[in-house]
Write a protein that binds this ligand. Structure first.
Ligand SMILES: Cc1cc2nc3c(=O)[nH]c(=O)nc-3n(C[C@H](O)[C@H](O)[C@H](O)COP(=O)(O)OP(=O)(O)OC[C@H]3O[C@@H](n4cnc5c(N)ncnc54)[C@H](O)[C@@H]3O)c2cc1C
Ligand SMILES: *[C@@H]1O[C@H](CO)[C@@H](O)[C@H](O)[C@H]1NC(C)=O
Ligand SMILES: *[C@@H]1O[C@H](CO)[C@@H](O)[C@H](O)[C@H]1NC(C)=O
Length: 493
C-alpha cells in the first residue's frame, strides 16, 4: 500500500473517532518544518509506554524539527476554540501513561529526527542539550571532552526532559542531589506557547515549577546541565548484611559523609534486598554472574533474605596506586558479613551504562516488553523550591519495587497479583501512618493529588493557572481537568 493511501486511511479513521474535537487538516495548515504523522504504527507507539498497563491514542504524532515547531503547536492548541492536549514524550519509559495525550498531539522529543543542539562548554563546565536527548547520548558527547554530568539515573536510555520532570535519582544523589539539582538553565515552552529561558535568576518561578513538575508547566526544549571532570574508572563493590538494621545503619553512615573530601567517601551508594525469585525480578543483580556467583543460602540469611549494599568509588588512572588503600579504609568502617565482598573494576562509562546490559539479557529472553507494575516510594532534604515532593524528614529512602509481570508465569508473577501487592504496600503504609510519598506518582482523582502534594498543592495549582491555564500539557498525568473534554466526542453540540 502506498504511504499516501495509508495516510489518507489513517486520517479518515481519525476523523471518525474524534468527530468534532480536532481536525487533522487544522494541524497540517500550521506549516511546521517538522513532520506530523498519522501513521498507525507511530500512533500506536505513542499510545503506550514501558509500564504496558494502559493505552491512550493520540490523534497525531509530531516529530519536531525545532523548538519553533513546538511553539506553534502549543499556541494552536491554546488558541483553538475547542482545544486539544499536547504531551511531550521523551523515551516513553513511564509506567502509567504519563506521556500520552488522548485524542491530542504527542510530540516525540527523542525521535531520530530530533534537532541537534549539543554544545559543551569546557570553560564553564556545562552542556546544553535538546530536551529529548537521551542521557546515554549526553554522556557520549561530553566524554569526548573528558567531562560528564554529576548526577545520574541507574539507566541511561531515558530522556533529559523526562527525568527532569520527575527528579532523576541514582546512587550519586546523596552527594550531588538528584538531576534536578544539577540543571543551570532551561528553555521551556509554556502552555500558552511562549518560549522562555529560565534559571535561578531569570523566570525563576517557571524554573522551579518545571523541575520535578511532571510536565505540567511547559515543554523543556533545552537544558543546561552541570559537568565535572569525568572519572576514568570505577571500583564497584557489593557487600552483604544479614539484617535490615545493620544494612540501613551503614547506608545512613555512608550518606552522612556527603560533605567530606572525595577521598573520604564513596561516590555512589545504593542497596537492594535479595530474595530468591529467579532472573525476572532480580534482573538488576546481574553483577553476581557465573564468574562471580552468589549463593544466598551460604550466608545463613534470616528468612532467605539478604541485604546488599552497593557502593562505588570513582578514580583516575593516574591515582590507581592509591585506590586500593582508599577503598580499604572506607570499608573498615562498615559492619557487613565478613568475607561477603564482591568487587568489580571497570571503565566509568560501563559502570553508568550497567543496567543496559541487564536489559539486553532480558530482551534476548523476551522478558523486557512485558507489563511493569512498578512502585517507587520515598520512605528527606533537597531544595524544596522545586515541584518535587518528598517526606518531611532529613533522611529518606527511595524504595523501588521494580517488578515484571509474566503472562504465563506462576500465580505470584501475574499482573493482578503484583498490582494487588502494590496496593497492599500502600495500604500498610497508610495504616501504620508511614508518611510515604510516591516517586513517579500515579493518581487519578484530584483528592489524591491534593494529598500527594500536601503543602505544595496551593503553589502547584497556582503555577498551573499561570503557565498552562487551559490545562493542555501532559494530560496523561491526570492531575488537572483540561478546559476541554478530550473524551466527549460531541462536546461541542
Ligand atoms: C528501566 C527504567 C529504569 C529507570 N531508572 C530510573 C532511575 O534510576 N532513577 C530515576 O529517577 N528514574 C528512573 N526511571 C524512571 C524514569 O526517570 C521516568 O519514568 C522518566 O519519566 C522516563 O523518562 P522518559 O524520557 O521515558 O519520559 P516519558 O515517559 O516519555 O515522559 C514522562 C513525563 O515527562 C513528560 N516529559 C517528557 N519529556 C518532556 C519534556 N521535554 N518537557 C516537559 N515534559 C516532558 C511527559 O509528558 C510525561 O508526563 C526508570 C525507568 C525505567 C523504565
Ligand atoms: C544484625 O547484624 C549485625 C551484623 O552485621 C549484628 O551485629 C546484629 O546483632 C544483628 N542484629 C540483629 C537484630 O539480629
Ligand atoms: C523549605 O525549607 C526551608 C529550610 O529547611 C524551610 O524554612 C521552608 O519553610 C521550606 N519551605 C517549604 C515550602 O516547605
Amino acid at each position: 500500500m502506498s504511504t499516501k493511501l495509508l495516510l489518507t486511511l489513517a486520517i479518515y479513521r481519525i476523523i471518525l473517532t474524534v468527530g468534532l474535537t480536532l481536525d487533522p487538516t487544522e494541524l497540517l495548515r500550521l506549516g511546521l518544518h517538522g513532520q506530523f504523522s498519522f501513521d498507525p504504527s507511530d500512533v500506536e507507539t505513542a499510545s503506550k509506554d514501558f509500564g504496558g498497563l494502559r493505552r491512550a491514542n493520540p490523534l497525531a504524532v509530531l516529530h519536531p524539527s525545532s523548538a519553533e515547531d513546538i511553539v506553534r503547536i502549543v499556541k494552536a492548541a491554546f488558541e483553538s476554540a475547542h482545544g486539544f492536549s499536547v504531551s511531550a514524550r521523551g523515551h516513553g519509559h513511564s509506567i502509567n501513561g504519563q506521556a500520552t495525550a488522548t485524542n491530542g498531539v504527542v510530540i516525540q522529543m527523542c525521535s531520530s529526527r530530533k534537532p541537534a543542539l549539543t554544545i559543551v562548554s569546557e570553560k564553564f563546565l556545562y552542556v546544553d542539550v535538546w530536551g529529548g536527548e537521551l542521557w546515554v547520548d549526553v554522556l557520549r558527547s561530553t566524554i569526548e571532552y573528558g567531562l560528564a554530568p554529576k548526577s545520574w539515573t541507574d539507566y541511561l536510555y531515558l530522556s533529559v526532559g523526562g527525568t527532569i520532570s520527575n527528579a532523576g535519582i541514582s546512587g550519586q544523589a546523596f552527594n550531588h542531589g538528584p538531576q534536578i539539582s544539577n540543571v543551570y538553565e532551561l528553555d521551556v515552552i509554556t502552555g500558552k506557547g511562549e518560549l522562555l529561558t529560565c534559571s535561578e535568576e531569570e523566570n525563576s518561578d517557571l524554573y522551579h515549577a518545571v523541575l520535578g513538575g511532571l510536565g505540567q508547566f511547559g515543554i523543556i526544549t533545552r537544558a543546561r546541565i552541570a559537568l565535572e571532570r569525568a572519572p576514568q574508572r570505577v571500583r564497584w563493590i557489593r557487600v552483604l548484611y544479614p539484617n535490615f538494621s545493620s544494612f540501613t545503619q551503614d547506608q545512613e553512615y555512608l550518606i552522612s559523609l556527603h560533605g567530606q573530601p572525595d577521598t573520604h567517601k564513596f561516590d555512589y551508594v545504593e542497596g537492594f534486598v535479595i530474595v530468591d525469585e529467579g532472573i525476572i525480578n532480580n534482573w538488576r543483580s546481574s553483577f553476581f554472574s557465573s564468574s562471580n556467583p552468589l549463593k544466598v543460602s551460604s550466608f545463613n540469611a534470616e528468612g532467605g533474605v539478604l541485604y546488599c549494599l552497593e557502593i562505588a568509588k570513582n578514580y583516575q588512572e593516574s591515582n590507581a596506586d592509591s585506590i586500593d588503600q582508599e577503598v580499604e579504609d572506607l570499608l573498615k568502617k562498615l559492619n557487613f558479613i565478613p568475607g561477603s565482598i564482591f568487587t568489580t573494576d571497570l571503565p566509568y562509562v560501563d559502570f553508568l551504562d550497567r543496567v543496559h546490559k541487564a536489559e539486553l539479557k532480558l530482551r534476548s529472553k523476551g522478558l523486557w516488553d512485558v507489563p511493569h507494575p512498578w512502585l517507587n516510594i520515598f520512605v528527606p532534604k533537597w531544595d524544596n523550591k522545586s515541584s518535587m515532593v518528598t517526606p518531611d524528614e532529613d533522611v529518606f529512602y527511595l524504595v523501588a519495587f521494580l517488578r515484571s509481570a509474566l503472562d504465563k508465569g506462576t500465580e505470584t508473577q501475574t499482573l493482578e497479583y503484583l498490582t494487588d501487592q502494590n496496593h497492599q504496600i500502600l495500604r500498610f503504609c497508610d495504616k501504620e501512618k508511614i508518611n510515604i510519598k510516591q516517586y513517579l506518582p500515579h493518581y487519578t482523582s484530584e483528592q489524591e493529588w491534593i494529598r500527594h502534594f500536601g503543602d505544595k498543592w496551593a503553589q502547584f495549582s497556582k503555577r498551573k493557572m499561570e503557565f498552562d491555564p487551559k490545562c493542555i500539557l501532559a494530560t496523561g498525568q491526570s492531575i488537572f481537568e483540561p478546559s476541554f473534554n478530550p473524551n466527549n466526542k460531541a462536546s461541542r453540540r
